[in-house]
Write a protein that binds this ligand. Sequence first.
Ligand SMILES: Nc1ncnc2c1ncn2[C@@H]1O[C@H](COP(=O)(O)OP(=O)(O)OP(=O)(O)O)[C@@H](O)[C@H]1O
Length: 929
Amino acid sequence: MQDMEHLSVISPKVVLFVKKNAEETSSGNALVIIECSAEQNHGDRNNHESASKQMDVSKIVNELKMQESSFKSNLWEAVERLMFIKRNEISSLEDFLISVKDCGAAARGNKVNQATKSHTASTTDSDKKHSAASTSRSHKKRALCHRTGPLLPVEMVEHLRKRIGSATKIVHVEDIGARNAVHVEVPQELSENLRSVLHSIGITQLYSHQAESIQASLTGKNVVVATMTSSGKSLCYNLPVIEALSQSSSSCALYLFPTKALAQDQLRAFLAMTKGFSGSLNVGIYDGDTNQQERTRLRQNARLLITNPDMLHVSILPHHRKFGRILANLRYVVIDEAHVYNGAFGCHTALILRRLRRLCSHVYGSDPSFVFSTATSANPREHCMELANLPTLELIQNDGSPAARKLFILWNSEDSAIEDISFLFAEMVQHGLRCIAFCKTRKLCELVFCHTREILQETAPHLAESICSYRAGYIAEDRRRIESDLFNGKLSGIAATNALELGIDVGHIDVTLHLGFPGSIASLWQQAGRAGRRERPSLAVYVAFEGPLDQYFMKHPNKLFGSPIECCHVDAKNQQVLEQHLACAALEHPLSLFYDGKFFGSGLNSAIMSLKSRGFLSYDPSCDSAAKIWNYIGYQKMPSHSVSIRSIERERYKVMDDQEKEIEEIEESKAFFQVYEGAVYLNQGKTYLVTSLDLSSKIAWCQKADVNYYTKPRDRTDIHVVGGNVAYPAPAKLSNQFSRTTARADPCRVTTTWFGFYRVHKGSNMIFDKVNLALPKYTYTSQAVWVPVPRSIIKAVESKQLEYRAGLHAASHAVLHVVPLRIICNLSDLAPECADPHDGSYFPERILLYDQHPGGTGVCVQVHPFFMELLATALELLTSCHCREDDGCPNCIQSFCCKSYNEVLHKDAAIMIIKGILDANISSDSSGS
Ligand SMILES: Nc1ncnc2c1ncn2[C@@H]1O[C@H](COP(=O)(O)OP(=O)(O)OP(=O)(O)O)[C@@H](O)[C@H]1O
């Protein structure tokens, strides 16, 4: 009985002991009960060893209840609740005692309290002997139970340090100092109307950048406002627009927001601002949620139309005559959050804006000014000029807004990042700090929400309902409700995906938590920018996962805080996308080589020829031959309907509960990651079990469940190179020694297979069951660029005792990293073929990149001519990177988008493979010449 610690005298007959280092019971408990008499209690424990029983907590509690019915029920409740909630976490007597202490007044007012006091004192020494990890866990519990009342965000760092003790997880604190405002008087040229608008929202002075930008816009210049998050960028476009609309009763404006939520938010702000406004501004949102009646009303009356690029593409431009009044009088086009228009989506938006400007010019004789805003782009001017094909653009970036101090903590989790962020989330809420916990995936978002709520139910039940989750997939009504609850202060915390990253005004937020690196430094700042608005000090905590990418930033904080944010890229010359939009443009208004070159660039001629040969365009011989007019003659009535600008899928699975209520719709490509028979499915913190999946009607039926595990699909993505000609030939002139490239560009078939799932214990994250499933595969055709690896190289790598597969995996990541050095693209458009680290079966011997969008956006075809040069650049990258680890760093072989979580990478093997391919290529080149 030396390993027993006295827990409490529960009754004259029963004493609870914790068995130190006990083997876990089936439900993961290490509690032992000693049954004895009151006198025996004070005797030698060894005498009663035979009476000890180790069993499930549930059985213990029931047995104790039966034996001791006279005991106070509220204490039972407390103990029971505690045991169930904490089942895997009771690592020391102190943990348990602290938790008991927190379990209500009843528990504190009786014998347990006395036992608690004496044993808290007596176990302090033994606690010191605990390992660092268990000490930190113990401190964590103490933190959870410790309520000191409201704290300021900046006080939280010290508080956390005290709570988690010496085994600190805080590896770095970046102190981002406050910035003073640079105010200027409201410019003289602003009308009385505008002054009264400002007055009505309590603004007496402008920030310097606002005045600069407003003045430029009022004189008709195109402007990009590139200042910090929460720097008052909305005013930079709202004021000139209100001015224009109030000066002329016919003037109109168009606002483009990338999300519906943002559009709603901005409409709210605009209406609040113009509440007492004398003139009629007629503002409205025209998006997929707008009903027919409202659409008609807006087409007839709106002067400020708030929409998105998708609506512009499929509805407004193809039916432009119905919007003729607005287009003819268009004074301003506002594009908020310009950094979102990046990569493939940016490329499509760039062509949509060209279609808009062309119609304004050719059909309606208008030439609107553009106002862009962005907080997180390293090249705002270059990016926005390319986006709208503008000859000039005024860059406003001298930020005159004030900012309060922000502390940015890097938190390296020793055990579970999910548990840590949940603990931090609960801790913030308990100290009166409003908080958003950003999670990378929908599932993580639900898990963090559930964990945090469990903690709060235990430690501060009155706060358990004050948190919520928010992610894509929720029905619009739920999202609007959550947004407004957060705005109104009904909610004090929210676990969210990047759906909440853009500038929705969610009221004041004190703290942002970030679970894992969100994919770009720009995105991390964008998320962190949600807190500390309105000059309040704030806190951000980046909680790292175990993966190499997060660990890299934990080791090198300067790579986060000292590096510039990423550039935004769009490639409006992408031949494939250009042709898709030219077909749409030709339907909207006939195309002319003569008049349209300035909108669509030098690729116009060859794109028209290609469309002609494919039966989309025909030349109108009746027109003046110099103007060369081309009409749309394609078989599709509305070509824009088949051009998906965000790869939005039409095929979706519905998730229904047993009351036949729809809970969510999930895109087909993502459905089986979430719903399959036996899956634990989470939605807004509720746990469901998927009882059946009807593949024909695409419905997943589920019912509420109370389970202590989650499920994880087992899946694999295979690339099958189909062969044959690619749609677009490589440019004739290829450069230097790699002209006889062995790289190929081919159509490919991308197939994701789900072959089952794991059941994983919630607390321990241990897999305890493996289930096989037969689900339909998800397949789409796309394009790939690839190069085979000669057998001799594989042998050479293996002869050095290096892992060939790890080298191949690392090499494809390195090649992916250098693609943006040669072409303008978004890295998420492309993906490398990643070897499944847990699958030892055949894997193709090649380095391959494929286009992630069904049908492909043409990036691989563009890459093909210089693929071997990319290999040479990748080799330079690897050999010049001084990181020492075999599995490299994010600067060389680790990739954020790796589907195999950067497992099984080897830098030296990658160097050998790339070098080998290049050597083989040069020798085949010289032997062939
Ligand atoms: N000149 C000003 N004086 C005082 N407060 C201002 C001024 N201009 C704007 N604000 C306030 O600053 C807050 C942030 O403004 P806004 O939402 O326009 O910022 P933003 O730069 O668009 O933010 P985000 O980057 O998140 O989209 C608002 O509450 C707004 O009322």
